[in-house]
Write a protein that binds this ligand. Structure first.
Ligand SMILES: [Zn+2]
Length: 213
């Protein structure tokens, strides 16, 4: 397992856990560090465990994001907006220069989920290609995030499009919109690819059954 930067187990921000020599000599107490972000006292060991767990989930998420980003066709911005369903004056559409910027934006939007996953909670984070309904071909990418039951199973989606060789746009639809059915279908199709195959098999056998003997 790769070693990732230590993180605060409470707020998941990265944290410096280097302990001074004097603190090390006070071996009868566990040295604690104060999180600069949330000010809570953190055991360095816990921050390392948190950092590694969070880091592993982040690496997995970025890998899935890369796989989907690599499949995205080049779209004109107006076409990307039409497919994403953004409004003309929507300010939630963000231009990202290159995959690194795109992945940073998505990691930031998914931070709560990664934190909950690192704590072993039942949060979900999925990435799936989204087809153009007119052609059935992959046009956009979609991220579906769902927080754990302990934080109310909140859901949000992010839509991704590629508008040049090095430029992506990502769009976070307003929370009031809710999750689009096409995003749920794409994630379902990705996580349970057998479902559609099974459905078409059933249709096929029905078709055979309907054939005159
Ligand atoms: Zn903290």
């Amino acid at each position: 397992m790769a070693v990732h930067i230590p993180r605060c187990p409470h707020c998941a921000k990265s944290i410096d856990v280097s302990v001074t020599l004097m603190e090390r000599l006070r071996f009868w107490v566990t040295p604690m560090v104060s999180c600069p972000s949330c000010s809570r006292a953190v055991e360095p060991g816990h921050a390392r465990i948190m950092g590694n767990a969070y880091g592993e989930w982040a690496v997995q998420f970025m890998g899935e994001l890369k796989m989907v980003a690599d499949q995205l066709p080049l779209l004109k911005e107006v076409e990307a907006r039409r497919l994403m369903g953004t409004r003309v004056h929507d300010e939630d559409i963000h231009l990202q220069q290159g995959f690194d910027a795109l992945s940073r934006a998505c990691l930031s939007a998914a931070k709560q989920i990664l934190k909950e996953k690192a704590h072993g909670q039942d949060a979900d984070l999925d990435v799936a290609p989204l087809p153009d309904p007119a052609t059935g071909q992959t046009a956009l990418g979609a991220v579906l995030a769902k927080s754990s039951t302990s934080t109310g199973e909140k859901e949000w989606e992010i839509l991704l499009a590629r508008i040049s060789k090095t430029q992506y746009v990502c769009y976070l639809p307003p929370a009031s919109t809710g999750i689009e059915q096409r995003v749920r279908d794409a994630v379902q199709q990705k996580t349970h690819p057998g479902l559609r195959a099974h459905a078409s098999l059933t249709e096929h056998s029905h078709a055979i059954g309907r054939q005159p003997a």
